[in-house]
Design a protein. Structure first.
Length: 232
């Protein structure tokens, strides 16, 4: 496992990881990225992952979070073990079904960022698996993991998006940023032909957005926003 993942998630106790996991579920619900159908996970220890049960993100609790070894097939999120095995650098995965992300997955065109928070998805960081349907088999999970490659997100045509990060915090923020970026893309194209960011500028901005201080600031914002709106 990547040393950054080890440092951030192996040092945390199980109760702290569960608290972060539940916060991530609540944030996805409040931000409108997840209704009843979703799955998220985080890697911890040498060979384990924490993943949600078959329930709404608002109903995930410390009592029903599932813990699996990576060789096991979880009740939810059959894609997750395939990604963790293929990507030792990944410590967190978010799979959700946001409106604009699903719409974009059907267009058959590449994504080019037009504003700052689309920068992390430049070039090979963004992939589309053009084969509709759910992940019901190990083979299909491996196919989608291969399509993700070394990227940050993979869209499944007409289905949803899977975002990965060094930890669950990063994966969640990437899912939020992607939906914002694709919503922005849609609006810009209604008004005309947008100007795209260059590869050089996108790379520079990505470093600023994904530095740890920026991620912690964004995470704390969403946690507090969720607390204010839900009381949790």
């Amino acid at each position: 496992m990547d040393t950054t993942v080890q440092a951030r998630q192996a040092d945390a106790g199980l109760d702290d990881l569960k608290a972060m996991f539940i916060s991530a579920c609540r944030i996805l619900a409040v931000e409108g990225l997840a209704d009843a159908a979703f799955n998220i996970s985080l890697r911890f220890g040498d060979n384990h992952m924490m993943i949600n049960p078959v329930t709404s993100p608002t109903l995930v609790s410390t009592d029903n979070i599932c813990i699996n070894e990576l060789h096991e097939t979880p009740v939810m999120g059959q894609l997750h073990p395939s990604i963790y095995k293929a990507r030792p650098d990944v410590g967190g995965i978010v799979h959700v079904h946001p409106f604009h992300s699903i719409a974009f997955s059907t267009l058959g065109r590449d994504y080019q960022p037009i504003h700052h928070y689309g920068s992390p998805f430049y070039g090979d960081q963004f992939a589309v698996h053009r084969s509709p349907g759910q992940v019901k088999t190990k083979t299909r999970g491996e196919e989608i993991a291969a399509r993700l490659g070394q990227g940050r997100v993979v869209l499944q045509q007409g289905h949803g998006v899977t975002a990965v990060g060094k930890d669950l915090q990063e994966a969640l923020l990437l899912a939020i940023y992607l939906e914002e970026a694709l919503r922005m893309d849609y609006v810009a194209h209604q008004w005309g032909k947008p100007e795209y960011l260059s590869a050089e500028l996108a790379k520079k901005i990505t470093g600023q957005i994904l530095k740890q201080r920026s991620q912690d600031k964004a995470w704390n914002h969403y946690v507090d926003k969720t607390r204010i709106q839900t009381g949790f």
